[in-house]
Design a protein around this ligand. Structure first.
Ligand SMILES: [Mg+2]
Length: 124
């Protein structure tokens, strides 16, 4: 089976690298990386990922703006997006779902089994 493509969008380099490593150990995934929303839209346009994991607070273009823009495209309107929210920012989750994210997970991620479950559910 061909590897599913997951685009990780995160401005923090350490978090980005950890997610890359963790996702690769979770399954047959090709992991692509972007460090802000603008870059994410460019990469997604070219590579058409199967799922996006999107940090919300980023420079240049944040995750809310990027998801809103994605939802306006033909190929991205139904693309699964998991938002990375900051813990203790309850409004983040609400706002993420409001712009069309399918799910969210709070950072720092303590339990990668939960992320794995969410990823697998959305890739089905
Ligand atoms: Mg951030």
């Amino acid at each position: 089976m061909e590897a599913k493509k997951i685009l990780v969008v995160e401005d923090n380099e350490d978090t980005r690298e950890i997610l890359l490593y963790r996702l690769k150990s979770m399954g047959n995934y090709e992991v692509l990386l972007a460090s802000n929303g603008k870059e994410a839209l460019q990469i997604a346009t070219q590579t058409k990922p199967d799922l996006i994991i999107m940090d919300l607070k980023m420079p240049v273009m944040d995750g809310w703006e990027a998801t809103k823009a994605l939802r306006k495209t033909d190929w991205g309107k139904d693309l699964p997006v998991i938002a990375l929210t900051a813990q203790a920012m309850e409004r983040d989750e609400e706002k993420a779902l409001g712009v069309g994210c399918n799910d969210y997970i709070a950072k720092p991620i303590m339990d990668y089994a939960i992320l794995k479950k969410k990823v697998e559910k959305l890739l089905k």
